[in-house]
Design a protein around this ligand. Structure first.
Ligand code: AHM
Ligand code: MG
Length: 335
């Protein structure tokens, strides 16, 4: 027997961590893994087939959708629908939650919030994109349709969260609140295999990731922090390296492995921040915290932010604890 642990095996083994578990969450995670493989196949051949370019539709944020966004959204919803463990999907691509209509799914216990294809403007130029997902337990009784209270839960109530990065290799990284584990897709056997067990963000980092083109629109504290990152100081290994891909999943994945801070502050163009709380920031914050890092909006833990609407935005600062704490000090000092 080989030493390989597949995602499917790992999920089943870990089910023992949850004595109350009846296998539903395991099946739900497995369904997400299957859809990720299908999306991966299409992302990989994006340059080959006539799937690139505007689909002609506009999503709820008023941004042009790429065809692959639509495709990924359909695949994840289809997998969750047929899996029968999810009663509603809240997706970046839909203004309203997609409630499952079939009997078995209607009574399912889990809620999924998802950004099916994050960073999709990068597809045309062959740069990594990702999927981000967040899973909650249903609060309302089964037997009746679930409702918006089931969806608008605090990030602290997530039972699992993860991302898939479609990069130079494809990886699925997830947490159920007991550490973070990463799986790399082996295309030859079509399986995600455990490659990064118990991921921890390095305690020190020297990378800062921010869209510096927006500099003039940043809050003063962020401007001062950027100057600090650029200043020479041997003791703290500055200047830090500036690395920004423009796909949140890819920027976070690199910083999770190498140590660093990812910043998307409020700007005058996006006074509430650009990134979405429910399906971008909460799941990534859960992972970063589980890997030993810190995730805040500058003043408050992201997981504690009260969700009021499905597509709510927030400022986000995520990375190793020391770097994020220092950024918070700058925000307080330079109002
Ligand atoms: P999207 O969900 O429309 O793809 O937008 C989210 C993306 C993130 O992946 C990335 O971190 C950010 O937007 C980049 O924004 P900007 O181009 O303003 O730097
Ligand atoms: Mg997105």
């Amino acid at each position: 027997m080989s030493g390989i642990t597949t995602l499917g095996q790992f999920i089943i083994e870990k089910q023992a961590d949850f004595p109350y578990a009846k296998g539903e969450l395991s099946r739900l995670l497995r369904d997400i893994g299957i859809a990720a493989k299908i999306v991966n196949r299409e992302v990989n051949k994006a340059g080959l087939v006539d799937i690139l370019g505007d689909s002609g539709q506009i999503n709820v944020q008023g941004e042009g959708q790429k065809k692959l966004d639509v495709y990924a959204d359909e695949q994840f919803i289809k997998a969750l629908q047929s899996g029968g463990e999810c009663c509603v999907v809240a997706s970046e691509e839909h203004e309203n939650p997609v409630y499952m209509q079939s009997g078995v799914s209607k009574n399912a216990k889990y809620i999924v919030c998802i950004d099916p294809l994050d960073g999709s403007s990068n597809i045309d130029v062959n740069v990594s994109v990702g999927t981000i997902f967040s899973i909650y337990r249903r609060l309302s009784d089964t037997g009746v349709s679930c409702n918006s209270n089931d969806i608008l839960q605090h990030g602290t109530q997530q039972v699992a969260a993860g991302y898939v990065i479609y990069g130079s290799s494809t990886m699925l990284v997830y947490t159920t609140g007991k550490g973070v584990n990463g799986f790399t897709l082996d295309p030859s056997i079509g399986e995600f295999c455990l490659s990064h067990p118990d991921m921890k963000i390095p305690e020190a980092g020297n990378i800062y990731s921010i869209n510096e083109g927006n500099y003039s629109k940043f809050p003063n504290g962020v401007k001062q922090y950027i100057k600090y990152c650029q200043m020479e100081d041997a003791a703290t290994q500055r200047p830090y390296a500036s690395r920004y891909i423009g796909s949140m999943v890819a920027d976070i994945h690199r910083n999770l492995l190498k140590g660093g801070i990812f910043l998307y502050p409020t700007t005058s163009a996006h006074p509430n921040g650009k990134l979405r709380l429910m399906y971008e920031c909460n799941p990534i914050a859960f992972i970063i915290e589980q890997a030993g890092g810190r995730a805040t909006n500058g003043y408050q833990r992201i997981l504690d932010i009260e969700p009021k609407t499905l597509h709510q935005r927030t400022a986000a600062f995520l990375g190793n604890t020391a770097m994020v704490k220092l950024l918070e000090d700058f925000l307080l000092k330079h109002q």
